[in-house]
Ligand binder design. Structure first.
Ligand SMILES: [Zn+2]
Length: 156
């Protein structure tokens, strides 16, 4: 399916943010992470909703995401994660391309464990502007490259 409007996750620029991939999925580092390690797992094909994935791809996405979580856990020394899919506009989805947020968590990383969600909503607004958008504080190109290079070399 081809998106009606330019999709930031189908843009070739997404390659530069990719640190792990399979034939059908990729993990990209969030250019404006709400916490260190905040990444997105997405299908390579333009799929809007989690509900549109085949059973095989649903399993594939989750198995890959768990591998990515292990990799992020090693790289960011975390054993806890928030996993979320905002599936549909009323649920807070702003980019019409399925994405699973994976956020490594540590004790006392935020005043309250649930404080991640308002930050995530703000992040979603930024994602809608595209991964190269400058609508909010973002990692600089060299910072992003350092993180991606590091993650690409982590043995999961
Ligand atoms: Zn897309």
């Amino acid at each position: 399916m081809t998106p009606l409007t330019p999709c930031p996750f189908c843009d070739p620029a997404v390659q530069a943010a990719t640190f792990a991939e399979t034939e059908r999925f990729r993990a990209i580092y969030n250019i404006a992470p709400i916490l260190p390690g905040h990444s997105l797992v997405i299908p390579k094909a333009h799929v809007e909703s989690f509900m549109d994935l085949s059973d095989e791809d649903t399993a594939g996405l989750m198995i890959f995401a768990r591998q990515v979580a292990r990799l992020l856990g090693k790289a960011f020394k975390a054993a806890s994660f928030d996993w979320t899919i905002q599936d549909g506009l009323p649920a807070g989805q702003t980019v019409a391309h399925l994405h699973l947020h994976l956020i490594p968590r540590k004790t006392d990383d935020l005043p309250s464990p649930g404080d991640w969600y308002p930050r995530l909503e703000e992040n979603e607004m930024g994602l809608a502007g595209g991964i190269d958008s400058a609508t909010r504080t973002r990692l600089k190109a060299h910072e992003m490259k350092t993180i991606i290079d590091t993650l690409r070399n982590v043995q999961s």
